[in-house]
Design a protein around this ligand. Structure first.
Ligand SMILES: NC(=O)c1ccc[n+]([C@@H]2O[C@H](COP(=O)([O-])OP(=O)(O)OC[C@H]3O[C@@H](n4cnc5c(N)ncnc54)[C@H](OP(=O)(O)O)[C@@H]3O)[C@@H](O)[C@H]2O)c1
Length: 649
């Protein structure tokens, strides 16, 4: 791809603040000099053991402590130095020190994925409304030339890069991957200038890489997959194949195909316990067919009727001891192992603002740790193929799927790492949603999205289409393929122009109030002013409740993160501005009315200024921008606004 130069933004004469999470490779310190030359006030943050201010412009925080990120931003707010730009360089690490594989994976998440997650959560609590670009610089994460020593464990950061902007409409993110030149070299100087040029430009592309002075951006090319000349490419008659997540929706479809076509010997693994073979009949007698274990037993029996031999093993793919044991059982039972399909996975779900590390870990584990465990436990085994089932969510991102997007992004980059290191066939398939089977069908969705989701799923991949694609891919030499049932370029464009979900929610019809107000611990209190009345109307309609009192808790009444976005969207239509995540901090109408900004756009002196007024404000003089945290105004803008209000008064 030819290099493209970003259009430099005109430098502002006004000093603005940049927050730099600085690396230990010297790249950040070079950037600092350039940023200061650009008239930026720069605050740097280093990895430390606790939150502390080292000097006027340097802090340390412990990356594992979400509170430290909050403390940092609170401190910056107190000093009126909340950043207008953030540059995150904690994923720039010395290549020699990079510990790939299981040993380095946790550390990489702390300074990578979790650092961005905690940063977004802390920013969410600041209720900023101005645009905030975050540039995340990493090294050796993307395969561009094919010659890089890759660190796939860093790739989970692509989850936050894609999903933060979808959940926080005022934040934009881009990932810039580099190879760090020697300190003090002219190449380092050149790269620093290139990064500075990027930072001066608004974010227009999410994934960028610099290699040998060339700028690369990720794009996708449509491929036509011809039917393979071989009837069963890469498959052996009675071959031995391990499918992790093999009793899941997609796992069983693939197992059936292998049973039918080559009478495969199959090892199907999952975490759930599965009855021993001698207990199957009594299980089926005592449970009806809707029981999930019964249905799995019947499916396994069907595989055996088709000519397969099946070994079901309970093993967590993220547990090295369990997987080593599973491989040993396989070797003992079948004498060999010819191919692996890694289909274990857990669907994500839940907005960043409310994510806990524990929930996130559950989603990351099967794909990130699980893949590395497979690599470790299979190092002595020569495979005909290793297939990783990734998802289009790693490409497009999806609201509420930061962990799932990150987990699948790891699979994508791991594939390139594996392919560059070994001559074995590793294939990563970024599937779009499957119809009829699997997690896309079985995952419960919030009620407001369920209808349109089911409609969209009708365009999903049918199991027989999935099999057809897989067989064509097995006959190809491709290492990563996105299987998109709808036109990928249009999807990418749509995701870039809006979050997709936001427009979907905007189109969602407001539910009419249906239910009386439930019994609550608090008595109903009627709205006291126009703003509270507006919020009461919005909540009543969205929650489907006849009367919502000003002290009723939005979440107790059935509100959730998606509804919070709808509240923000509907509020905007009535000229009230709140950010969706403000509902987490201010879940009652009384609280919301106190923090909501009344919008009125004026065009003054050829400059668009967003005018604000506070409903409950009584004082009209001596304001500072920190009195209006949501607006993130400069003193000049605030003065203008106050003059305007005073004039009105
Ligand atoms: N369905 C889709 O539309 C779709 C689209 C794109 C990508 N994918 C990917 O395709 C793969 C298969 O998806 P699916 O739709 O078949 O999902 P599924 O029906 O939910 O099956 C996933 C299976 O993975 C197993 N599993 C989860 N965590 C595990 C762990 N730590 N160790 C071992 N097994 C584990 C689960 O069994 P236990 O609970 O017993 O462990 C389950 O049987 C997933 O990786 C998914 O991300 C699916």
């Amino acid at each position: 791809m030819p290099p493209a130069s970003p259009k430099p933004r005109e430098l502002t004469s006004q000093k603005s603040c940049t927050l730099v999470f600085i690396d230990e490779c010297g790249l950040g310190s070079q950037l600092l000099k350039g940023l200061r030359r650009d008239n930026q006030e720069v605050i740097t943050v280093k990895v430390g053991t606790y939150f502390t201010q080292v000097n006027e412009s340097l802090y340390t925080i412990n990356p594992q402590q979400s509170n430290d990120y909050e403390a940092l931003l609170n401190e910056l707010r107190a000093q009126q130095k909340l950043p207008e730009t953030i540059v995150h360089l904690w994923n720039v690490t010395p290549v020699t020190q990079t510990q790939s594989g299981l040993a380095g994976v946790e550390e990489a998440q702390e300074t990578g994925f979790y650092s961005l997650l905690f940063l977004a959560q802390a920013l969410g609590k600041q209720n900023l409304s101005e645009q905030l670009p975050i540039t995340i610089v990493s090294n050796n994460m993307q395969s561009v030339t094919g010659e890089e020593v890759l660190s796939p464990e860093k790739a989970t950061i692509l989850g936050p890069v894609k999903v933060i902007p979808q959940e926080y409409p005022n934040i934009s993110c881009r990932s810039i991957d580099v190879v760090v030149p020697a300190a003090g070299s002219w190449q380092q100087e050149k790269l620093t200038e290139q990064l500075l040029t990027e930072l001066r430009a608004p974010i227009s592309e999410q994934l960028i890489a610099y290699r040998n002075h060339n700028r690369w951006r990720q794009s996708y090319e449509a491929v036509r997959l011809e039917q393979s000349l071989e009837e069963k490419p890469r498959l052996r008659e009675e071959g031995v194949y391990l499918i992790t997540g093999g009793l899941g929706g997609i796992g069983l479809v693939l197992a059936k195909h292998l049973a039918k076509t080559v009478r495969a010997k199959l090892i199907l693994t999952g975490r759930s316990t599965f009855p021993a073979r001698e207990e199957w009949d009594s299980w089926l007698e005592t449970h009806d067919q809707t029981d999930s274990t019964s249905s799995k037993i019947l499916k396994v029996k069907e595989l055996e009727e088709l000519g397969a031999e099946v070994l079901v093993i309970s093993a967590d793919v993220a547990n090295l001891a369990q997987m080593t044991d599973a491989i040993a059982q396989t070797q003992k039972h079948f004498g060999q192992l010819n191919g692996v399909i890694h289909a274990a996975g857990v669907p994500g779900g839940g907005v960043i603002q409310r994510k806990t590390e524990e929930e996130t870990e559950r989603i990351l584990a099967p794909k990130v740790k699980g893949t590395l465990v497979l690599e470790a436990s299979l190092k002595e085994v020569e495979l005909d193929f290793l297939i990783l089932t990734s998802s289009m969510v790693s490409i497009l991102g999806e609201f509420g799927q930061v962990d799932y997007a990150g987990a699948n992004a790891f699979l994508d980059v791991f594939t390139h790492h594996k392919t560059s290191e070994q001559n074995s066939f590793t294939l990563c398939i970024n599937w779009g949603a499957w119809q009829e089977v699997g997690m896309a069908v079985n995952t419960a969705r919030p009620k407001q999205l369920q209808e349109s989701y089911i409609e969209n799923l009708q365009q999903g991949i049918l199991p027989k289409e999935g099999i057809d694609v897989l067989m064509r891919l097995l006959g190809s030499k491709l290492s990563q393929v996105v299987v998109s049932p709808t036109d990928l370029p249009s999807l990418l464009k749509q995701h870039h122009s809006d979050s997709g979900l936001l427009s979907q929610l905007e189109k969602t019809n407001i539910l009419k109030p249906k239910h009386p107000r439930p019994e609550l611990s608090i008595a109903y209190v009627t709205p006291r002013n126009e703003i509270e009345r507006k919020f009461a109307n919005i909540l009543q309609q969205l929650l489907g409740i006849e009367k919502v009192g000003i002290y009723d808790n939005f979440f107790e009444l059935g509100g959730d993160s998606l509804l919070s976005i709808q509240v923000a969207l509907k509020a905007k239509q009535t000229s009230l501005q709140i950010m969706p995540n403000q509902l987490f901090e201010h879940p009652t109408i009384a609280d919301l009315a106190a923090v909501a900004v009344t919008l009125q756009t004026i065009n003054e002196e050829n400059m668009e200024v967003e005018n604000i007024s506070y409903s409950q404000s009584s004082k009209t003089e001596d304001y500072t921008p920190s009195d209006f945290p949501q607006a993130n105004l400069t003193q000049t803008e605030l003065d203008k606004f106050l003059t305007k209000i005073n004039r009105k008064d």
